[in-house]
Design a protein around this ligand. Structure first.
Ligand code: HEM
Length: 451
């Protein structure tokens, strides 16, 4: 058995451990430490023990076989990290509450429910289409911002219908402040407690109060509204536990609405941004994608039955999420001392599973840095090192939503527009909640309508 002190890792400073370099650039640390020390690395952030895991078998042992040891860390008395903003929603809750909520929400996100939202997704694209057709020629646009706006609109439309669209325009920016603050807080055990009136704390508390109040009003108005709605909010209000028949109370719905809203747009926006950037750099792949889209859609908008035929479109997205996984790592608290293939991990420590490292692991991928959608064209080629939506019981509940949404939007975008990277090279990566293009993604967009 290898004890924690014998697991290789970077030298740690007195008291701070590896906090300064990790805080400065967590992604660089995760990449370099795997290269230098291997598939399991021990490091310290302040007094806490952390383990970086970059091998799919170790990840499987922890996240699938020992899920009661590697746990989400919601503490109702001292919420931290994303729980500061998302409360006890599905991403952050644990134990019996999580199990109950997952049972309730799973049907809302089944493929058969999600395909009914296709018209809203297409309608949202139509607005983008109008806007992009009016862009002045030769002016670069930040496509990362555009994709964020697009997916916020999709989740807004599908969650609340258009009736409240105007009012929730401010939700996006407030959520952004909240999520960024929450994500930073988890990596920094030395942060100022929330009751200290620092600028960051005040900004965060204002954003959180605004979000909670806004969602509370939307829920209470909907409860009094006798209109017919077919959207995610209505599905959440009506969802019933198949075992107990119980429904959710307002506070829980608020946490779930915020959770779905935040988990449901930035991830997909990031996936679409990288996909467009990668396609701009690989004209032969773009040409093949366009050929498929033209053959299947023949100039019309996609319908449900078209989705299964857009298999190359899907492979392009899957490969894009391999090479640039929007959620590049997941984290768990180690509840009791754990044994991972002979490595002893301390109780109270934290494990970081690097999806990015697994997606680029030379033992599992031929030429991992090459963008090659062929890898995903047949089921036999499936690879256990591929996990953009996580693994185990906390697997992304929104994966059907994300895949259908991005397949449809990508097909429509390449059908209607040409994209060119302003800086020719792919942008650098930056990890801010998701793995984003650093400094945005400036591109020239040209309508193909007049070709
Ligand atoms: C490309 C898009 C997406 C990616 C890459 C992604 C990735 C992930 C990953 C890796 C996890 C697991 C986290 C962990 O194990 O700690 C997760 C969980 C989750 N995702 Fe997604 N996601 C995407 C889109 C969505 C969408 C569209 C929604 C909702 C509409 C959503 C809702 C959730 C929720 C609620 C959870 C928590 C599930 C649970 O713990 O039971 N995600 N996602």
């Amino acid at each position: 058995m290898t004890n924690t002190s014998d697991i290789p890792g970077p030298p740690a400073r007195f008291l701070l451990g590896n906090l300064p370099e990790f805080k400065h650039n967590p992604l660089a640390c995760v990449l370099n430490w795997q290269r230098d020390y291997g598939d399991i690395v021990h490091f310290k952030l302040g007094p806490r023990d952390f383990y970086l895991i970059s091998h799919p078998e170790l990840a499987e042992q922890a996240l699938v076989q020992q899920q009661d040891t590697f746990i989400k860390m919601y503490d109702a008395d001292r919420p931290n990290g994303l729980a500061l903003i998302l409360g006890q929603g599905l991403v952050t809750s644990s134990g019996e509450l999580w199990r109950k909520q997952r049972r309730l929400m799973q049907p809302v996100f089944n493929r058969s429910s999600v395909v009914t939202m296709l018209p809203e997704m297409i309608q949202t694209f139509e607005k983008l289409n109008t806007r992009w057709c009016e862009l002045p020629a030769g002016v670069a646009v930040n496509v990362a911002d555009e994709m964020m706006r697009l997916t916020i609109e999709v989740i807004t439309q599908t969650m609340f219908s258009t009736s409240v669209l105007g009012r929730i325009d401010q939700i996006g920016p407030a959520l952004d402040i909240g999520l960024r603050f929450a994500a930073k807080s988890i990596m920094n055990p030395l942060r100022a407690p929330l009751w200290l009136p620092t600028r960051a704390n005040r900004e965060f508390i204002n954003a959180r109060n605004f979000l909670n109040d806004t969602i509370d009003v939307i829920i209470s108005e909907r409860r009094q509204d006798s209109g017919q709605y077919h959207d995610l909010l209505q599905m959440l209000l009506e969802a019933q536990d198949p075992e107990t028949g119980e429904k959710m109370h307002d506070r829980q719905i608020r946490d779930e609405v915020l959770t779905i809203f935040s988990a449901g747009h930035e991830t997909t926006a990031t996936a679409l941004s990288w996909t467009l950037a990668l396609l701009a750099n690989h004209p032969e792949i773009l040409a093949r994608l366009r050929e498929e889209v033209a053959g299947v859609l023949n100039g019309k908008t996609p319908e449900i039955q078209d989705l299964s035929q857009l298999s190359y479109t899907r492979a392009v997205l899957e490969e894009s999420m391999r090479i640039r996984p929007p959620v590049s790592m997941v984290m768990r608290k180690i509840a009791t001392e754990a044994n991972l293939q002979g490595y002893r991990l301390k109780a109270g420590g934290f494990a970081i599973f690097s999806i990015y490292n697994m997606h680029h692991h030379a033992d599992f991928w031929v030429q991992p840095e090459v963008f090659d959608p062929e890898r995903f064209l047949s089921a036999e080629k499936r690879n256990k090192a591929y996990m953009p939506f996580g693994i185990g019981h906390r697997f992304c509940v929104g994966n059907n939503f994300a895949l259908i949404e991005s397949q449809v939007l990508l097909a429509l975008m390449v059908q209607h527009f040409d994209f060119e990277l302003v800086n020719a090279q792919l942008p650098d990566m930056e990890m801010v909640v998701t793995l984003k293009p650093k400094d945005g993604l400036p591109m020239l967009i040209r309508s193909r309508c007049y070709d």
